[in-house]
Every structure is written in structure tokens, then in C-alpha cells.
Design a protein around this ligand. Structure first.
Ligand SMILES: [Mg+2]
Length: 127
């Protein structure tokens, strides 16, 4: 069995991550602060911190920014902050991330049929 540091997306079970986060929170007795409102606000704040990396940069400059490993690590850290809160939210309120995500993808598949929106980035409206 590899050590935790060697796990990646390829060999990690979402439920294990949820449990790891749950244990982290429990050991600090932070669960009393983790209601739906505050966890949601936290996710928005972390999304803002992620966005801050790209503020005032063009799309091209943003791509270039991520070619630098230090920048990429910082961006990954902000994304992780956001995901920790998202996984914590899902765990706390018994939301199955995989089921929810697949359900949403199926809805998006129907809403944006590839043959109708191929190469087009417009927001949804009946086609
Ligand atoms: Mg952060």
C-alpha cells in the first residue's frame, strides 16, 4: 500500500478523502463552525483566492502563468482549499459527490448536445 503522499487521482477513492477531511476537522473540533452557510462562503472566498492569480492577466497570460511550476503549485493549493471545503460540505450533508456530479453531467449532456454546441461557448438557451 503506497503512503498517502504517493496517492493521486488515479488511485484515490473520494470517500477516503472525505473521511480524511472529516478526521482533520474532528481532531480540531472545528465541525461546530461548519454549517452550510459558512462552508459555502468559504468556497466562494477560496474561489476568489484562486481567481486572484489570474486577475488582470489575459487568457494567454493566464495560460503562461501556469507553465511556471511555483505558480502552478500556488494555484493547486487554492484549488485544494476550495475542494477541501466542498468535500467537507458534501460529507457533512451526506451528498454523494459522484452521483451528484454524474447526474449534473447527464443534465448538461441533454442541455448542450455536442452536435449543437460544438466549438461554441455561448451560455445555455434553448437551441
Ligand atoms: Mg486559500
Amino acid at each position: 500500500m503506497p503512503s498517502k503522499a504517493n496517492y493521486s487521482d488515479h488511485n484515490t477513492v473520494l470517500e477516503d478523502l472525505k473521511k480524511e477531511i472529516r478526521d482533520f476537522v474532528k481532531r480540531r473540533k472545528w465541525d461546530k463552525f461548519h454549517n452550510a452557510k459558512d462552508l459555502s462562503e468559504g468556497m466562494v472566498i477560496e474561489a476568489g483566492e484562486l481567481l486572484e492569480h489570474f486577475l488582470w492577466k489575459s487568457a494567454r497570460e493566464s495560460q503562461g502563468y501556469l507553465r511556471n511550476q511555483k505558480n502552478k503549485d500556488r494555484v493547486a493549493a487554492e484549488l485544494s482549499d476550495l475542494l477541501i471545503l466542498a468535500f467537507n460540505f458534501a460529507d457533512r450533508f451526506h451528498l454523494d459527490i459522484t452521483r451528484s456530479l454524474r447526474k449534473k453531467l447527464a443534465l448538461l449532456e441533454r442541455r448542450y448536445p455536442a452536435k449543437k454546441v460544438f466549438g461554441c461557448a455561448r451560455k445555455y438557451r434553448p437551441l
